[in-house]
Design a protein around this ligand. Sequence first.
Ligand code: ADP
Length: 441
Amino acid sequence: MRIWTGTALTLALIVLGALLAGTLFSATVAAIALLAGLLGLVGYHAACLQRLANWSEGDDEQALPPVRGVWGPVFQRLARRARAADEERLRLADVLDRFRDASHAMPDGIIYLSERDTIEWLNQRAEEHFGLDHLHDVGVALAGLVRSPDLARHLETGESGEPLVIPSPRRPALKLQIELIPFGNGQKMLISRDISQLEKLETMRRDFIANVSHELRTPLTVVSGFVETVMDGLDDLEREDVRRFLQMALEQSTRMQRLIEDLLALSALETGAPAPTEERVDVHALVRKVAEEATLLSAGRHSVELDLDARDEGDLILGSEKELHSAFANLASNAVRYTPSGGRIRIVWKRSASGAEFAVEDNGIGIDPAHIGRLTERFFRVDRGRSRETGGTGLGLAIVKHIASRHQAVLSIESEPGRGSRFSIVFPGSRLRRSRTPPRS
Ligand code: ADP
């Protein structure tokens, strides 16, 4: 409407100007004035149209130049719309960038597949899982790139929601769970999840149950065997024999009890929060107590030595006294149990630059380096028979490792077969304090 009004006004002004020229000069001048005015008007419109054409052909960053006259408001409105469109485009690009970053950061692989099962987009994790490369593989059929008949079959029929488990074509040790989610117009989203760790945990859980059952079944069989024997021969057996059988049954039930206690201790440690920091454990007193217990257990078969520095008297560990006692005592009792008679055991507490360590050294049977990495696994024993004979449950070092990590400490093991072992728990400085009034020994 404003354009019509503006154009009518301009024409009126031109006509008026021509009339005025006619009145003042001559009809020829009036005609020239009218022509010049009309040409000027056409020129103005042509120039504005040319600017508009230039702008529409230019790059998106270029702003629409302002003009005067009837085209002014049109240019302004167009410029405003272009700015709004630019802002919206930037916002969408930002959303898209963030979506892409989030997809790349996802622990799962994602592949968008077209209705013909060609790759439309994939994240980095999917590239790793399937050995793909987005630079070359976008637009190519997935089944042709990943040589897995199971996957090809699943792509054909697998929209039922039932996930497929296949080894990663790139790293066969990796187990992938594949899920297909249909969307849009025949497109699919493929999600690949690394379930190797889950499978490992599941195997560990199964092994653990099998181990516990086995560990309990053996003594239980022995106990019921003895009880049966005693019952069958109640009238014929000598009193001394009955006593001997019952004694053996008692030993086996004590073993089961120890096993259950260790299992309960382990499960409490595994599920519990870090050890408390408000309990202040007097280290020298604890180490002396552990050495006394080891001496009692050894019953004179070994020399048990203490290596404490008098300057560290009053050292404190922030943690659980009960747990620390259990860990220290476990290491000391292992040294006694795996060191032949006449051997030497040294129990050490030593400050270091970054903290302090508790260590138990022995010159016992030692451990083959091949086994050292597995010693803290539940129920792992180098020599099952020897462990059993000495009352072992195979859980001691697993307990020690858990207790250490609950105190942010690290269990380290050095050993040489036939020469002996050194088990140490290294505590960080943050767990150590010094008592202001050191207790006198
Ligand atoms: P166990 O109850 O069998 O002693 P542990 O978890 O305490 O269970 O120890 C696991 C295994 O580590 C033992 O069976 C033994 O083979 C080995 N071991 C532990 N301590 C020592 C040591 N001081 N010397 C030699 N071998 C050891």
